[in-house]
Design a protein around this ligand. Structure first.
Ligand code: XIL
Length: 365
């Protein structure tokens, strides 16, 4: 029999332990702050990153949704004309399922990340079949399992000087602008339950040409809606520039998003990050500047109740595409995401994001 003093000691210890675990589990996370308003917070990730235990742990703690950064792109799943490799994306999906996260699909008709056989083989007479078959197989493989699909990615490029400002991708060259409705129709047939997204970047600032981009995207979305194409959401990539915060045009962004939501489309922030190029070297000063961009952007965007997902393009500075894509001129490691390269939360950035979630009106699902 347990001695009374021992029992008291052990129950006291159990009470302390349970209190600690209560504190741990009720500590605010990005996903808990977002979900209090009916918003899913998450991030892009790849198989390689999740092999890092520390990363995997913060990812599961902070995120309610994951986008495969590479594993569902054409050059990952469909490297050769007659074979598909779903292994890496399947393993991400099963990790998500066992940790209670949703997963998004990224991406089907894109100008980039295409294996060389596609442009070598595609021509005006077979390109529709090539694109159709790819979408049928990839969307079909995941039917009913993904939260949404980025069906068409980055189709607007006014500098390419095509009619309707459509980017000069292999799909535009071989099929023309009809590749866009085609991609949505085939995806819808392959997974009638999936939320289908048009995803693009470059709508947040008053840079020269940004107005043209915003208008071209609205024209495209209007056209698709008026043709009853099964499109359900707009994906706002939101790759921001920390040194251009004064040029962020929240007014234009807000009215752009209002036009999008007035069409009955949901809005997903799909790839949010803030470049630190041109910001001072001091890490604290940089984080403060990043926080300003995150806060200004999210406070503007989250006022629109159709915004239901916020994903950053990575969670820790250890794994950000900006290391390669936009390294700093002074050689310092980039700082961009909510967690630093040692998996420590960067309080200025995290607070800015959490405050924006706190200030957001609740979404009704
Ligand atoms: C990027 C990845 O993050 C990089 O690792 C890769 O080398 C190139 O693609 N917009 C998109 C994403 O839609 O697919 C891109 O991802 C970033 C810009």
């Amino acid at each position: 029999m347990m001695h009374r003093r021992e029992f008291i000691r052990s129950t006291a210890a159990a009470a302390v332990a349970s209190r600690l675990s209560w504190i741990r589990t009720t500590e605010a996370t990005l996903k808990s702050k977002a979900s209090a308003k009916g918003i899913l917070y998450g991030s892009a990730a790849s198989v390689r990153m999740l092999q890092d235990q520390a990363y995997q742990q913060i990812f599961a703690e902070q995120c309610a949704i994951l986008t495969p950064e590479a594993e569902l792109k054409w050059n990952a799943v469909h490297q050769r004309p007659d074979s598909y490799n779903f292994g890496p994306a399947d393993s991400l999906l099963s990790w998500c399922q066992s940790h209670g996260l949703k997963m998004r699909g990224h991406t089907l008709a894109f100008w980039q990340s295409i294996p060389s056989w596609v442009p070598q083989m595609a021509n005006a007479s077979n390109a529709k079949d090539i694109l159709t078959q790819h979408i049928q197989n990839v969307v079909g493989h995941y039917a009913g399992k993904l939260q949404s699909w980025d069906v068409v990615n980055e189709a607007i490029a006014p500098d390419d000087h095509n009619p309707q400002n459509i980017r000069n991708s292999i799909w535009q060259q071989t099929i023309g602008p009809d590749y866009i409705p085609l991609a949505f129709n085939v995806a819808h047939e392959a997974d009638p339950s999936a939320m289908l997204v048009y995803n693009d970047f470059g709508v947040e600032y008053d840079f020269p040409g940004t107005d043209v981009r915003r208008n071209a995207m609205l024209d495209l979305l209007h056209k698709l809606k008026s043709q009853n194409v099964p499109i359900h959401a707009f994906g706002l990539q939101a790759h921001l520039y920390g040194n251009a915060v004064q040029r962020m045009n929240t007014g234009a962004l807000t009215s752009f998003l209002k036009s999008v939501s007035d069409m009955g489309l949901k809005i997903l922030v799909t790839e949010l990050d803030v470049q630190d190029k041109g910001l001072p070297p001091d890490p604290n000063a940089r984080d403060e500047a990043l926080a300003q961009s995150y806060g200004m952007f999210l406070n503007a965007v989250l006022r629109n109740p159709n915004v239901i997902v916020v994903e950053t393009w990575g969670l820790s500075d250890k794994y950000t595409w900006l290391r390669q894509h936009a390294p700093r001129n002074d050689g310092n490691d980039v700082r961009t995401l909510p967690f630093d390269a040692n998996m420590q939360s960067k309080s200025a950035v995290v607070q800015a994001i959490e405050q924006a979630f706190d200030a957001a009106p609740p979404r009704t699902v």
